[in-house]
Design a protein around this ligand. Structure first.
Ligand code: PEP
Ligand code: MN
Length: 346
């Protein structure tokens, strides 16, 4: 953010005020302007600055991610219509046409409008099931279409990436690829909506900037998906960062989803994390399920069976309806402006 001042003599006062509120501003243009390096600045700070007579104008477009950030309460917030049920569901991997059709029919009967399924699986073990590739993407899409659902699969850097992206409605960037900027550009060029998983140890800023790569390359819209970070906990696969949910809602102009399945790594923990995610304001959850979890070819331990999926859908739908979390955080200035007497910093 570039804050142009009416005179260089005003810079020290405004800079001191910003420092007191945790923002480092660098004087530029011979002190006529202050450059704020932080890629996101809360509205109340921005508004307090804008109201100061010493501020001539504020330019939002320097430095930080430009497309991804929500710049103010009036900004249009592109929505992803998840429908009445805030759940994306499906197996970890599309294993065969029959199983994905069975899952699609069951999910559709619960009112779920989005069907996931992995087709090119990047596994930790090279001898583990790697997915059926582009033909699985076509099975997934056909199963989704039969029930008017949207199909979602991860697109990796594998040889069938193009054919896989072509086959589905929505492409996903997996956690292991979030940092690969050239991959993000390639995905963006497919021109499809993208679900961007958060990297296994990615900072919020890296995550936001990854989304910027997608949008810059041509993705029409993105949704963020928190899926848990590396953890020292011996019993959990990853640690779900629930705090990322209100943060993304606050700063980004795009929805935030949560994947409780990969965070939990274990079926019985999935619903509690899904409930927490929705209560924290997630627009939806992405949940792995399988008609016979014990036989799933990947992530069997965390897959919900179909009745458990139904219970989860009921719970999160009720929580989301009961809380009715406003789309944008309420605009409530709470900071005294730089011109006001500020005893704490005086
Ligand atoms: C997945 O959703 O199938 C997946 C592999 O997730 P992640 O990239 O978050 O590990
Ligand atoms: Mn999985």
């Amino acid at each position: 953010m570039l804050i142009t001042l009416t005179g260089a003599e005003e810079a020290p006062r405004l800079r001191a005020w910003l420092t007191r509120h945790g923002f480092e501003a660098k004087p530029v243009q011979r002190g006529q302007a202050l450059l704020l390096a932080d890629p996101w600045v809360p509205w109340e700070v921005r508004d307090a600055l804008a109201a100061d007579p010493a501020v001539a104008c504020i330019d939002e477009v320097t430095e930080g991610p430009r497309r991804v950030l929500r710049h103010g309460p009036a900004e249009h917030h592109p929505t992803w219509d998840l429908g009445a049920v805030p759940v994306v569901a499906g197996p970890c991997a599309v294993e065969d046409p029959g199983t994905i059709r069975e899952v699609a029919a069951y999910a559709a009967s619960l009112g779920i409008g989005w069907l996931r399924g992995g087709t090119d699986k990047t596994r930790t073990r090279v001898d583990a099931f790697q997915g059926h590739g582009a033909r699985a993407a076509r099975w997934l899409h056909e199963a989704a279409q039969a029930h008017g659902m949207r199909s979602i699969t991860e697109v990796t850097d594998g040889p069938e990436a193009e054919a896989i992206a072509e086959a589905v409605d929505v492409v996903m960037v997996g956690a292991r690829h979030m940092h690969a900027s050239r991959h993000l550009q390639r995905i963006g060029r497919f021109g499809k909506p993208v679900i961007l998983k958060r990297g296994l140890a990615a900072s919020p800023e890296e995550w936001l900037r990854a989304a910027e790569y997608l949008l810059e390359a041509g993705a029409p819209t993105v949704a963020f998906c928190e899926r848990g970070s590396r953890s020292a906990h011996p019993l959990k696969r990853f640690t779900l960062d629930v705090g990322a949910v209100p943060f993304i809602r606050e700063v980004a102009a795009f929805p935030v989803l949560v994947d409780p399945s990969h965070a939990a790594g274990y079926g019985p923990y999935v619903a509690p994390l899904a409930r927490a995610a929705i209560a924290a304001g997630a627009h939806g959850v992405i949940v792995e399920c399988h008609p016979d979890p014990a036989c799933a070819k990947s992530d069997a331990l965390q897959a919900l069976d179909l009745p458990a999926l139904a219970r989860l859908v009921g719970e999160v739908t009720r929580i989301q309806a009961a809380l009715a979390i406003p789309e944008a955080p309420e605009h409530r200035p709470f900071l005294p402006g730089p011109g006001a007497t500020d005893k704490a910093g005086a």
